[in-house]
Design a protein around this ligand. Structure first.
Ligand SMILES: [Mg+2]
Length: 108
């Protein structure tokens, strides 16, 4: 699935959802980032000798990354921006930064 397709599908699925203001979505994103952080922090660990079901596993990280991406797509649409364009811009920005730090001219 492309980012454009993902953003379009997320917008379609969430059309009509009442709680869609950007402030609320940012709170949800923060919550999901916290869940992702916990999954990453506990990856491969056990608590009291017993693995907690679904926590700290690659599967859980995959789920939480999906939740984060879902909310990012909702926020992008809510703000009227294109997620694909955001990825192009960030890659361009980071490549320029890396090239600048290494004294190289970026290859385009
Ligand atoms: Mg989650």
């Amino acid at each position: 699935m492309t980012l454009d397709g993902f953003q379009t599908r997320v917008a379609s699925i969430t059309k009509g959802w009442t709680k869609s203001d950007l402030e609320y979505l940012m709170l949800l994103l923060t919550e999901e980032v916290g869940e992702l952080a916990r999954s990453v922090r506990t990856l491969g660990t056990t608590r009291w000798g017993h693995e907690e079901e679904g926590e700290g596993s690659e599967e859980q990280i995959l789920e939480e990354l999906g939740d984060v991406l879902f909310l990012i797509a909702r926020i992008a649409s809510g703000a009227g921006v294109d997620l694909n364009e955001a990825t192009v811009k960030v890659i361009d920005k980071i490549e320029r930064r890396v090239a600048s730090r290494s004294g190289q001219t970026r290859v385009t």
